[in-house]
Design a protein around this ligand. Structure first.
Ligand code: DX5
Ligand code: ZN
Length: 219
């Protein structure tokens, strides 16, 4: 896979929440492809971030793809809220409930792209029977809940995921999330990822360095 196909999705989990609109504008100007929005409920994951009203408030600050990563359970009751708030992609966790197929149906029925996320311990086979419904596969390389954690080297899993995607013959994003920096980004790209989420690495050193940080992980 060539570098030109690599997309960078800065996670605003590491942004300055007191200046979220300006931060989103800054990563847009710095070359972000997707804006990765980590929604946590303090139940599915042991941390709490923000909900649809905050997503709606930052929507006016960029036209880029809003890539909403829902770390919430249950998922289905809030899908409409995030679509109305301006989500372009909604990703739900396989582990968040017993009815992933229904959740993906609900997301797609609202006209946005659907993603399926896998925690580090969950095998890629967990989504084998819904591959025809997914537009994005998210491989977590940390246990979800916090930014700034160390990368779990699940490179074989990323390669397995890429093979599953190739077998569909469809264009499906393969996203890696957690502990992405210059070194781990290279490994993820070599293993087959095409979308890299990065929070702490992109937002380090302040807005004047966001463009440098994004291009460093793009390779
Ligand atoms: C973790 C989130 C990630 C996180 C990544 O639960 O899903 O998106 O913000 O942060 P870094 O890049 O700092 O590991
Ligand atoms: Zn995320």
């Amino acid at each position: 896979m060539s570098d030109s196909e690599i997309l960078i999705a800065p996670s605003i989990l590491s942004a300055d929440f007191a200046a979220l609109g300006a931060e989103v504008g800054a990563i847009d100007a710095a070359g972000a492809d997707y804006i990765h929005i980590d929604v946590m409920d303090g139940h599915f994951v042991p941390n709490l971030t923000f909900g649809a009203p905050v997503v709606k408030a930052i929507r006016i600050h960029t036209k880029k793809v809003f890539d909403v990563h829902l770390m919430i359970a249950p998922v289905d009751p809030l899908i409409a809220n995030f679509v109305d708030a301006g989500a372009d992609i909604i990703t739900a966790h396989v582990e968040a409930g017993p009815h992933l197929h229904r959740t993906l149906q609900n997301i797609k029925a609202r006209g946005v792209k659907a993603g399926a996320a896998l925690n580090p311990a969950t095998p890629v086979e967990a989504i084998a029977h819904v591959m025809d419904m997914v537009d994005l596969m998210l491989i977590m390389t940390v246990n979800p809940g916090f930014g700034g954690q160390g990368f779990i080297p699940l490179l074989d899993k990323i390669t397995q995921a890429r093979k599953m995607i190739e077998r569909t013959g469809r264009s499906i994003d393969l996203q890696v999330d957690g502990g992405v920096n210059v070194e781990t980004a290279k490994d993820c790209i070599n293993a087959g990822a095409n979308v890299l989420v990065a929070g702490s690495f992109v937002f380090k050193d302040g807005p004047e360095h966001y463009a440098r940080n994004i291009s460093a992980i793009r390779g």
